[in-house]
Structure formats: C-alpha cells, structure tokens
Design a protein around this ligand. Sequence first.
Ligand code: CO
Length: 464
Amino acid sequence: MGNPVVEQPAEAGVPDGTPVSEEVLASDAEGQNGASNGAVKEEQAAVEAGEEGSDSEEEATPEDGAKKKKKKKKKKNKKKSAAAEDGGDGAAAEAKPVPQLEQTSPPTIPVRQLFPGGVYPEGEFQSYKDDQRWRETSEEKRQLERLERDVLNEVRRAAEVHRQVRRHVQRIAVPGVKLIDMCEQLEESVRTLIEADGLKAGIAFPTGCSLNHVAAHWTPNAGDKTVLGYDDVMKIDFGTHVDGRIIDCAFTVAHNPRYDPLLTAVKEATDTGIRAAGVDVRLCDIGAQIQEVMESHEVELDGKTFQVKSVRNLNGHSISPYHIHAGKSVPIVKGGEATRMEEGEFFAIETFGSTGKGYVREDLEVSHYMKNFDVGHVPLRLPRARQLLATIDRNFSTLAFCRRYLDRLGEQKYLMALKNLCDAGVVDPYPPLVDAKGSYVAQYEHTIYLHPTRKEVLTRGDDY
Ligand SMILES: [Co+2]
C-alpha cells in the first residue's frame, strides 16, 4: 500500500493527519477516473539445493538471473566448506517445499492443503553488503534465525497466497473487465487460499487498482462501473496477513506495449531498493539509489519523450503486526532521513514512477479507511458511530478496510457514522493519491524481511 510522506514543504502537501473535510469523506466524485546440529545441516542443505537445483521453482526473474548466479557461486564455496567441517551430509532435508496438489484456476485450494508438510516456500534470499556480510556465518546470528522459523513460515504462507492469487488476477485483468468484479474475485480468492478467520488471517487492506494518473489508494466503491481499457495503466496493490503479519506487494498491468519502458523503470527501481536495503543501511541512501535508477529511464508517448520521475511524496515503509505503516519511511528520492534499517524489521519496498509531476495530491472519492493505531479508547456519544466502531474493531482492528468490506458485512447507511469516527480521530480516511491529469504512474512493491543473517524478499515470484 502506498505511503504518502507526511512532512512536505509548504507546496500543496498531502494533509496527512488533518481533520477530514466533508468534501473528502462524502464527496461523490465522478467515479475514477533450535540449536541442534540437525537444524544447521538443514539450513545448509537448503542453501545447497537452491544453488544446484536449476529447475527449482524459485528461480530469479530473468533480469536478475545473471547477478544472482554470480552471487550464489561465491556463497556456494563458503557453505560447502562449512558443510564439510560438519561432516558434509547436509543433503537430507527437503529444502524446497513443492506443492503436493496443483492449484485450480480460478484458485480454490487453501495454500495449507497444497503443502501438507506445513512448510511453505522461502522467498528470494539476498546477502547483506560488505560490512554486514559477517552475519551469514555468525553462529549467534544463525541461532537467532532458527528461533524465528515458525513465524517466518506463516509469513511465507501469506506470501504464497499473494503469489497464487496474483497469478489468477494477471489472467483476468484484461481490457473490458469491470474493476469491481476483478477486485471481488481477487478478494474471494485471498479469503479462500488463506482460510480467512477473523483477525487471525485474511485480507490485509483494500485491493488497490488505481488507474493512470491515480497512483494509489483507489478501489471501486459499490456501484462503480469502471472498466479496464487497453490504454490504462493499473496498479494492483493487495495484501494478505496471518496473525497480523502483513504481506504488502504490488505490480502494474498495462496492455499497450508503449508503457513497457515505464514499467521496466519502476521494476528496476524497486529491485534497486531491495538490493540496497539491509541492516544498518540509512533510509536516505536507499532513496538516492532508487531515484538514480528510476530517472535514468525515459518513455515515449504520442511522440513526446518523458523522463520517468520518482514520485517524491510516496515511499516504502516498515511493517509491524497489524500496522501497515509502522513508522519508518523508505524514500524513493534523495534527501531523506538518515534513520537506519534494523535487524528483525519487515519493510515494504515500493516505488512509483510517473510521467507527470512526480508528486501526488489527494483527490476523488474516498474508499480506503484505517483505525488510528495509536488512539486509545475514545468515548463516542452517537450510538451509530459506536456500533460501527464495534464492527471495525471486530473485523479489521487496525488493518485498513474499504467501503465494500463494510457493505459485505451487512453495514448500511454508515457514511455519516464513518465521518463521525474520522472527525473524532478514531479512524483516518486515505483518499486516492493522484499526479497530474493525463499522466501515467506505475508501481512495483515487495515485502522483505531483515533476517539476522541475510534479507529475504518474501514476495518474489517468477512474475516479478
Ligand atoms: Co505498501
């Protein structure tokens, strides 16, 4: 999910945290536009199998391939010698979980049933840079890593649900599809594959399907008739969670090949951010590298050449349980904060490239809302607002939701009560974020985890 920068210079900033205006809330805009030796061996086996298995399902994306292979070569030698010291029999473990059943199309089989062993596929591992590389062989760090195995396994289940659902969405997101139908299919698939259960597992936030100059935070409200067109650039941004551990991952759909250079720019920018990320890395350094790559690209549309701009007031973010924007922002331009990433943190690395101003403002009808994470109990006088808050607490807690999610719970005529909750500061609205009309914005996003030893791109797939 997109994270707008809060502190912006005077210039028409995004009024994050300001009281909700009537206009923003109710406006009916014109639609959108263990410690045992065995565990060590298992790990080594995993590494080795990953290196040797040329036909493993977890291959890198084509453009990453060359680099990845090079890295792995180096690692391989190191690990091999470690395994030799150990007796070198690290071959036993089933390193790569392989589904025991084939997913249907559309997807209907819970991911848990596809992996009866209860072990879910790992994401793409990347080594930290130079000064943090020692972590990979540190016994202390490796021990710490074993302690988090079970939590990470469940997060990987959420990531596998994301991969399988997006596979399907990529098939149905064709010109002529009604966006509301596409979203509902996507959301139903997530609920089924993750075995949605109250706050224990489910959808993590509204399905973004923002078009063209709309960068983020747009999903259809009830009755919306928007249909995908051949010339549209659509950002599909959806989230899954298990026990509040959120997977936040997005891609862009564009059928007209004229946008390919724009999509390539953003994909490379996001991969640059992921490669730059790591324990002790300054957030501002990541932003500078992302911008450098993003803005080295151009795209020609209707005979005019545009330099692709990083959208300067959108950024990636840290993620903690039930808290999508947990406090740290990962800029996508230079000049950001010097705060550092830390071991054990989850981050959504997302970048947005635009042919417009490279700056977004709030516009259009609101669909996205989220309870303020830091607000405690607020006494509410109006019974309707109290009742709506009970529904929100029970079904979403501090996870983001949209109007359609309230509709399907049977809530009716709730807009005034929702506005009351926003005015009281209990809930915040997240209006669509738009660049200049006529411009095009693309987005790619992955969720990463900073393990004690290495980083893991949890949401990596063979698609992006
Ligand atoms: Co995000």
